[in-house]
Design a protein around this ligand. Structure first.
Ligand code: ADP
Ligand code: ZN
Ligand code: ZN
Length: 825
């Protein structure tokens, strides 16, 4: 007996395996790998995905139940995506269903609906029927009815329904349903004009409105929505319906796309003639595309070097070979200009997928891809799962961005998924950035798994903007306690006079969590980890979240004995107020999480700024990304070093990337740009390197540090976070886990010495309190596995966790694993 192996949508370790179902004859030939099915499971109806077929069931044939329903005629996932899902679940240690569900649009995340219908032989008295207010009549028609709708329609019959169900007079059945369906529009299709005239002749003369409808259709033969036709003629839809009932016209439901860009016009663009540098850069990409080999490239080009034009032309080449392309951009709603460029070049071939779309819009864009109506998918992280079947090219713009890592399960990194997916498809990957992540940079320099392409100059030899560092400690010494240094103050005044524009960045990540001396810039770091200590107000201590080291909060600066030592804190709102006070009449657009919650608000702010309705665009990280405005000639950064103090070994890298990126917003067109960076730490390599636009210099130093501490790219990490109401419970579970991982590593003769050499090594740190030490009344502790070489640490951790499983279940511990964490929370 042929059976389908199904992964049911219950995300737990127990159900993280396939279950066998038989294929009913009517579905034979329709069920494929990747099909979404509804199956009976322990008395419930569940959604599942078919991942394999087998000639025989694992259990005896009589126990195998049939698939209840096939949810879609065309499977939403391909065999390739199922395979990719299996890889993700192994790589990031999550149940397969979680990986598969992450690939489906929200609209296809089925939910079980209860239906009721009269049991065979059940009957009701006339009095009961009368009292039910139409309910029993409705049920008597034979079709099972949705319980939720019945309760809504007959709100006072709830008790009665429950009773009948308990008595067995009503039976219940579950069905898995989509959360959302395609949008349909009732549309009129008219026969040809001769038939219409004939129909008009046969209509009784008093049906005046119906005559009008037919006459209109004779003149306007295109299909038209019923509602629009009724509106145009000042009649009702029942008039039109009546004509359809007589068979004179046809009314059919037509699916309609909810297109979020329907009302926007994108002026078409044509490929530019490439500069010699661009032509040289694109050559290896084109070669790889033409040879249909899987290849990956880092395209390392400064801001404004023409990377996007190269993406566009590579995609063009890919499409003309009959294949499809995926473009990932960090957070697409922040970069509307990017969407514009792709829509302008490729028009209707582009489907756009991002988080600000409604579920319906997202579903419709997804269907364009699935049904072969789009060949280019532009989107944020999850667009990597675009259901294409002939992928030739995957582009990741700003590949260093943290938003490519998903922070909830599956905790995948889109960059790694892209490379795996491209490998499965023989496709080319292009990772673009002005400030590549150290992992990607190191891989491309090794040159084995990735090629390196460089574009060190801006297009048309436009200069990179000059960068000035302002030492805020000096400002304080000279008595300037204001938010703006004298240099920045003057620069703002001059832009206001010249009617040019400014971008001001307040680097807010990590605020109020670190302790810093305002006089000398000293910050406390862990002596063992080279990581800033985090301030804990409650205990008035500073702690290292990597190894647990702690010390008491100092009253004076340990370095210069100044009493001006304090933890930091200021927000964009305060800056906005300060701007208004200092520069009367200044027009400011503030863009941060508070002002951009509304859908479309980013676009609105950016359009206003583009139309020069404001002098200043002030904001957090989101003003640093991808914006291109010709009149921006000044970029100011307040508190550049804020993020340097985060308890994260990537803090320096992130700071350098952010500052370089925001600096790139200035002087992109004819007017030259200037960048002023205010800092308490003007000697820090993350900051000095921005001044020289000196990526290589920064990276060389940073890589040395990473090597010493065994951090990526020299080692890799797995974070395990445990949470529970009781701290002793957490500590003992954490210690058991750490001990077990250590034992398993020792059994496999893996050393723990990171200082010496480059061989295999594994070390487990912790348990220590997590940076967010308590969440929703649960304490959180973490262990960090650091490893190097060919060690399969995921397997060791998975095994140790399996052994802990019993205790985890019994005590209600919650365990979450993060492979290659980008952020420790
Ligand atoms: P990046 O993506 O590296 O920041 P862009 O592709 O946005 O760079 O290019 C920067 C600017 O230069 C844009 O305004 C773009 O239109 C222009 N540009 C890019 N390539 C060319 C070219 N070959 N000829 C003329 N202008 C170009
Ligand atoms: Zn430490
Ligand atoms: Zn000091």
């Amino acid at each position: 007996m042929k059976v389908a192996r199904v992964i049911v949508d219950v995300p737990s370790r127990d159900t993280d395996r396939t279950f066998d179902y038989s294929i009913p004859p009517q579905l034979d030939g329709w069920v494929e790998i990747g099909s979404r099915v509804a199956v009976p499971f322990g008395g419930r109806a569940l959604q599942g995905i078919v991942t394999a077929f087998a000639a025989d069931a694992e259990v005896e044939a009589a126990k195998v139940k049939p698939i209840a329903e096939l949810m879609d005629a065309m499977p939403p996932l391909s065999a390739e995506l199922v395979q990719l899902g299996e890889w993700i679940s192994k790589r990031w240690l999550c149940p397969l269903t979680i990986a598969l569900q992450a690939m489906l649009p929200a609209a296809l995340k089925g939910k079980a609906e209860k239906y009721v219908f009269p049991a065979i032989g059940a009957h009701w008295t006339e009095e009961e029927t009368a009292r039910s207010g139409g309910l029993l009549l409705a049920l008597g028609r034979g079709e099972p009815l949705k319980l939720a709708s019945l309760l809504q329609q007959y709100p006072d019959q709830g008790e009665q329904l429950k009773l009948w169900m308990r008595q067995g007079r009503l039976e219940e059945r579950q069905r898995v349903e989509n959360r959302m369906s395609v949008k349909t529009m009732q549309t009129v299709f008219a026969p040809d004009a001769d038939k219409l005239r004939q129909a008009m002749a046969e209509l009784p003369a008093r049906a005046r409105k119906q005559h009008e409808v037919l006459a209109y259709l004779a003149d306007n033969p295109e299909p038209i929505a019923v509602e629009r036709l009724a509106e145009a003629l000042g009649t009702t839809s029942s008039t039109i319906r009546a004509l359809a009932d007589r068979g004179l016209i046809e009314v059919r439901a037509v699916t309609e796309d909810r297109d979020p860009y329907a009302n926007r016009h994108f002026p078409p663009s044509v490929p530019m003639t490439l500069t010699p540098a661009q032509a040289e850069a694109i050559a290896p990409i084109i070669d790889a595309l033409d040879s249909r080999d899987h290849r990956a490239f880092l395209l390392h080009g400064v801001t404004g070097s023409g990377k996007t034009e190269l993406y566009l032309q590579s995609i063009d080449r890919c499409l003309s070979s009959g294949r499809e392309a995926i473009v990932l951009v960090p957070e697409i709603s922040l970069t509307p200009q990017m969407v514009e460029r792709f829509k302008s070049r490729f028009g209707a071939k582009v489907a756009v997928l991002h988080s600000r779309l409604s579920n319906g819009e997202r579903y419709d864009e997804w269907r364009k891809i699935r049904e072969g109506r789009a060949q280019v998918a532009v989107g944020a992280r999850s667009a990597i799962f675009a259901p294409f079947e002939r992928i030739g090219l995957i582009v990741i713009d700003e590949e260093h961005e943290t938003s490519y890592k998903q922070e909830e399960s599956p905790k995948y990194h889109a960059r790694d998924v892209a490379i795996e997916r491209a490998r499965l498809n023989g496709a080319v990957v292009v990772l673009g950035s002005a400030t590549p992540s150290l992992e990607t940079y190191a891989a491309s320099k090794r040159g084995i798994e990735m090629g390196y392409i460089s574009l060190p100059q801006r297009v048309a030899d436009r200069p990179l903007p000059g960068v000035r560092l302002v030492d805020m400690r000096e400002e304080l010494k000279l008595g300037n306690r204001a938010m703006f240094s004298r240099a920045l103050h003057e620069a703002i005044v001059s832009r206001l006079e010249k009617k040019e524009q400014m971008v001001l960045l307040l680097n807010r990540r990590g605020y109020a969590t670190f302790v810093m001396c305002r006089s000398c810039g000293y910050t406390a770091t862990c002596p063992h980890c080279e990581i800033a200590l985090t301030y804990h107000r409650g205990a008035q201590t500073m702690r290292c979240h990597y190894c647990g080291y702690a010390e008491v909060e100092p009253k004076t600066c340990p370095s210069c004995e100044s009493p001006h030592i304090r933890y930091f804190g200021t927000g964009t709102q305060k800056v906005e107020e300060s701007l208004a006070e200092t520069f009367p009449g200044i027009r400011v657009i503030r863009m941060d999480v508070d002002t951009t919650t509304e859908k479309g608000s980013h676009e609105r702010w950016l359009t206003e700024f583009k139309e020069r309705k404001a002098d200043v665009l002030l904001g957090t990280q989101m003003v640093a990304k991808g914006l291109d405005f010709p009149y921006v000639t000044l970029v100011g950064v307040l508190a550049a070093d804020a993020a340097l103090r985060l308890p994260d070994f990537r803090a320096s890298e992130r700071t350098f990337q952010l500052l370089t990126q925001v600096a790139g917003r200035a002087g992109r067109h004819e007017l030259p740009g200037e960048v002023i960076i205010q800092t308490y730490d003007p000697e820090h390599p993350s900051i000095t390197s921005v001044q020289g636009h000196h990526y290589e210099g920064f990276v060389r130093q940073e890589l040395k540090l990473r090597h010493v501490f065994g951090y990526p790219p020299y080692g890799r990490l797995i974070g395990v976070t445990l949470s529970h109401e009781s701290v002793p419970m957490l500590l003992s579970a954490g210690q058991r886990l750490a001990t077990r991982v250590r034992e398993l590593a020792t059994a496999e003769r893996i050393g723990s010495d990171f200082a010496g050499g480059n061989g295999d090594a594994l070390e487990i740190l912790g348990p220590v309190a997590s940076p967010i030490a308590r969440l929703k009344d649960r304490y959180r502790f973490q262990c960090m596995v650091k490893y190097r070489g060919d060690v399969d640490a995921s397997r060791l951790v998975a095994q140790a966790l399996r052994e802990l499983e019993e205790a985890v279940k019994k005590n209600g511990l919650i365990v979450s694993v993060d492979v290659d964490p980008q952020m420790m929370l």
